[in-house]
Write a protein that binds this ligand. Sequence first.
Ligand code: ATP
Length: 864
Amino acid sequence: MNKLFHQSKEAVLQLVESDGRGLSTTEAQHRLAKNGYNQLEETKSKGVLRVFIEQFADLLVIILIVAAFVSMLTDNAESAIVIFAVIIMNAILGTVQHFKAEKSLKSLQALSAPIAKVLRDGQRMEIPSKEVVVGDILVLEAGDLVVADGRVIDNYSLQVNESSLTGESESVNKLDGVIEEVEVALGDQKNMVFSSSMITYGRALVVVTTTGMQTELGRIAQLMNATKEKKTPLQVSLDDFSKKLSFVIMGICALVFGLSIWRAMPILDAMMFAVALAVAAIPEALSSIVTIVLALGTQKMADEHAIMKNLRAVEGLGCVSVICSDKTGTLTQNKMTVQKIFVDGKIIDKNDVDKNKHTQGFLLRSSVLCNDASTSIGDPTEIALVDFFRKQELDEEEMRRELARIGEIPFDSERKLMSTLHEIDGKYYLLTKGAIDVVMERVDQIHQEEGVRALTDSDREKIEAATLELSSEGLRVLGFVYKEIEEIRELDVKDEFDYCFIGLIAMVDPPREESAQAVADCKRAGIKPVMITGDHKITAKSIATKIGIYETGDLAVEGIELDRMSDDELTAQVEKISVYARVSPEHKIRIVDTWQRKGKIVAMTGDGVNDAPALKKADIGIAMGITGTAVSKDAASMILTDDNFATIIKAVTNGRNIYSNIKNSIKFLLSGNMSGIIAVLYTSIMALPVPFTPVHLLFINLLTDSLPAIAIGMEHSTKDLLAEKPRDTSEGILTKEYLQGIISQGIIIAIPTIGAFYLGLQTSPTVASTMAFATLCMARLFHGFNCRGKRSIFQLGLFTNMSSIYAFLAGMILLNTVLFVPALHSMFNIAELTGMQVGIIYLAAFIPTLLIQLKRIIFSSKTN
Ligand code: ATP
């Protein structure tokens, strides 16, 4: 279907078998079944077998295979079987976890999947964009993302940003006629729209000509299909750490091997020592723990109204130090009601309005004529005006029929004005409403009860004083003006001058109930909340003060003031500015940039098409799920399904919690490994027998340790998290303090393990090794509770994380089964134990946890 731009729209419609009024649902379903979904073939997700095999491409597994051979050579075929069995089980577990994480990420992606507006069965409806078929009629409006390629059939000033395909950042004006040339570059096919472009202005109807991989985007996607899943910074740093650690471990293993040989130990025993050490030390699960905990965490966040679009953003959330939030709808309820009006030099309360007075009646009429809303559908500002009109026992529909609209210049948040043209008593009137300061720059007359006259300085002062009074109460003030136009003609923004003033209408948009608490939490968490709004400075300041964003000593700055500030001035002031008023989306980029240059991690909300660049630039771009445009959702890394500021704070807390859970899981794994290393190194240096066989360490590392590690990752967030400062991005996870903790906890667990080993040695080396293994395994299971947080288990609450209890019980059952079922003994290199020995194991294993908990209890009562 080449050169569609060169054909008439009728020809294109015929080609795709559409009549231009939309397909029937049955026909669309038929086409969908025949041609498949409108989506790009993603790099096929790996098959089960491949993921399973990949689990073996690991240093640890290779060492284990060596260990299995050594076991066989030392006449320990059963151990070899156990090693192989454990390797396979580990691979199965790894595979299951891989698919579980993938599934939860896929379900998240589905939550943020784009929708498309189409005409079907003669009606406009919204469908998932992947269900769009060739022949569908797409309804495109400003803020939409184009989801398939198509030919424009009805064009109303459509402007499209095609930068994702052409690299050209300027919007292109579209048309619906035929393009005469035959060879035309993509960017010049002005009667076509292409998948992934953004509608920046106007609207259009488009017939879909290609979908999925057949689109222009699909062609590019084919070229670069092999894009890899990106790892999060934490995963990268842990991978790097694991690699380095593995090298160190290999070095130590070689050393231990040399030492044993030097001491004339038989080669196979020496190898066993070295292998045991390697198995004890290699941290195999670090990166996968991160994925699992992140994936589980994002699921929880989605339940709490924050959809994260990638795992990197989840990690970044904990570092956020500035949150720039829109006012309307995010901090406030976006439910406006008219409170007061101003006409004839007086402020009048909503209950004292008299529709029969000339100016008041005119103001009321203008408020619904220059208005696109009905009582329930539309912009809340305009709905409020319609509601108010009805309260005066007036019927806006009748009014709109009588004085029908014959022209318009739609509202946009840059101009902050809206105008409509009507015929009233045989004359043409342009009615305009808008932001009061913008309106007042364009007025030279005033409409009063007694008639129209020139606007005097005293009138202007009165209007300004009224605006100040109303805005200081946190009310949004709209100005209403009009002018006469000689004849009906195409309207232009240049017409919006030389007006006659009618009056003001002031409305309230109360803060959301939860906003003040959320702002307080935000500040407690060391995060600076900043309000960014298109509203008037005084209104914004008043609301910001009510909810605690603006405090004495802070600054409130307007867009024009911002324009006048140099970069240096802004950098110097930015930390004090907590309110930006009358700003346009471009200002948002500058604000983000200034904070970022100060090394801050910035979260920024946005909903309009023009917000997309700022959302992309912010470290965490946040789009509004309910009111946001598709373009803003596409650019964001987080979507709020309830448009609520409080949800951002909840998400930040969750982000911090996830990070701290990951840290705790890793601490649990590494400190446990450390205790094994210390015990093996100690016995090697002291020329004692091997304390653990590889089977023992495998049992611990791969079976009993993995469940507590995941359970720690599921710990709930506590209020403590908000008392901390945001994490420093430059600070890696493996800080000195963290590593010290790992080493000291490793030592505390290793000591009773070695003690149990010595006691066992009095009987035999196998009893010694059984006791060392059982003590180490159980001590690590107990240690799982220590790693749930920094506080004592009594403060955390033993039963507040039931997963950790289940994980502990599962580990205990597994361990006691191998200890007490004689049939398993030779397989797991276990000796028969006396009751006394078992008692010692339980006691020795509990000592480290007892000590760690006691230290926390004493330490916290001292600091309290
Ligand atoms: P936010 O706080 O999210 O920036 P906002 O609603 O204040 O939202 P805009 O929608 O850009 O921002 O509105 C800017 C200004 O334009 C408002 O303060 C108001 O004075 C004026 N305005 C808003 N809606 C209309 C409208 N429908 N017609 C005319 N003027 C409007």
